[in-house]
Design a protein around this ligand. Structure first.
Ligand code: ATP
Length: 299
């Protein structure tokens, strides 16, 4: 288990991370979220042992993280950290050896992963010759080469098309099922919702929201009603407890204060003879994020 206990980090007089505590258990995919500058990268760096001058405690399976256990960690950074003049094989050999993997095992795993991600022909290509999305694949392959016990993924889907996002997702879920602890950071809330049962949202280095997504959504109370059909929008707007009615290309979204408002909206909607869809849904993580952090996380 990865455990952060009351972690605080200063850069000079500036407090970048403020009394942060959370746990990630084996098999769990944990979301670490926050707007730009909230303290995510600083937290990642402390976890992998790149920043050691901080208050509080970070342990992996009860032990302080040092060079003896970094072999068990995989880190995919938001910015590319590839050795672009190397070939894919050379780069993987370089990082694999740093993680104390025997050469034979590195090459076997590399072949498997290149095949799995549909790019076996890139093995002897220089990284700088690859497209942005394919460089991201190589960066991901490098991070998971050693089947890490703890895997940190900072914006892993950046630059990927939807088909490749699916390939990555499948592999990440597979790793978690095998028992890896995964920390996931993304500006794409739909990815976070899909993956992470448990999360923390940082604002100015402090956790402003934390816990199980299911509980967070329940506690938030506000709900959305999705309608497709001919309804009198102005009458719905006038119902007490209706905060907003929004029309998009497909649906009408009625944002309500709490579940008790839903029957009133339903009564109004049922006056129409042409309703194709009526659904009561939980708020999206982005809506909760906006309410808590005061700005949208989706770019
Ligand atoms: P982003 O989403 O933009 O990557 P982040 O959540 O990862 O942001 P951090 O990079 O951890 O945020 O930065 C947190 C705060 O600490 C920011 O205000 C940043 O300016 C500051 N900071 C980060 N690194 C340093 C440093 N080496 N020296 C001084 N201040 C720093």
């Amino acid at each position: 288990m990865l455990k952060l206990e009351h972690v605080t980090k200063y850069y000079g007089n500036f407090k970048a991370v403020d009394d942060l505590s959370f746990e990630v258990k084996p098999g769990e995919i944990f979301g670490l979220l926050g707007v730009n500058g909230a303290g995510k990268t600083t937290t990642f760096r402390m976890i992998i042992g790149l920043l050691d001058n901080f208050e509080g405690k970070i342990t992996l399976n009860g032990k302080k993280i040092d060079y003896n256990i970094t072999d068990k960690i995989g880190f995919l950074t938001e910015e590319r950290s590839l050795l672009t003049k190397f070939t894919v094989k050379e780069q993987c050999l370089f990082y694999g050896r740093l993680k104390n993997m025997p050469e034979e095992e590195i090459l076997k795993k590399l072949d498997y992963l290149l095949e799995r991600f549909g790019v076996p022909e890139y093995k002897d290509k220089k990284i700088k010759e690859l497209s942005k999305g394919n460089q991201q694949k190589i960066q991901f392959i490098t991070a998971v080469l050693n089947d890490p016990e703890l895997l940190i993924l900072d914006e892993p889907f950046s630059g990927l098309d939807p088909i490749n996002v699916e390939l990555f997702k499948e592999y990440i879920v597979e790793l978690s099922k095998k028992g890896s602890m995964i920390i996931f950071s993304s500006h794409r809330m739909e990815h976070v919702e899909l993956f992470c049962k448990n999360l923390v949202v940082l604002k100015d280095g402090q956790a402003v929201l934390s816990g199980y997504l299911k509980d967070i959504k329940e506690k938030f109370r506000k709900k959305n009603i999705i309608i497709n059909g001919d309804v009198d929008i102005e009458s719905i707007r006038k119902i007490k407890g209706v905060n907003e009615v929004e029309e998009n290309a497909l649906d009408i979204i009625v944002r309500i204060d709490n579940q008790d408002v839903a029957p009133k909206v339903f009564k109004e909607v049922s006056k129409s003879k042409n309703i194709i869809k009526y659904a009561l849904e939980e708020p999206t993580l982005n809506e909760i994020f906006v309410a808590k952090v005061g700005e949208s996380y989706e770019k």
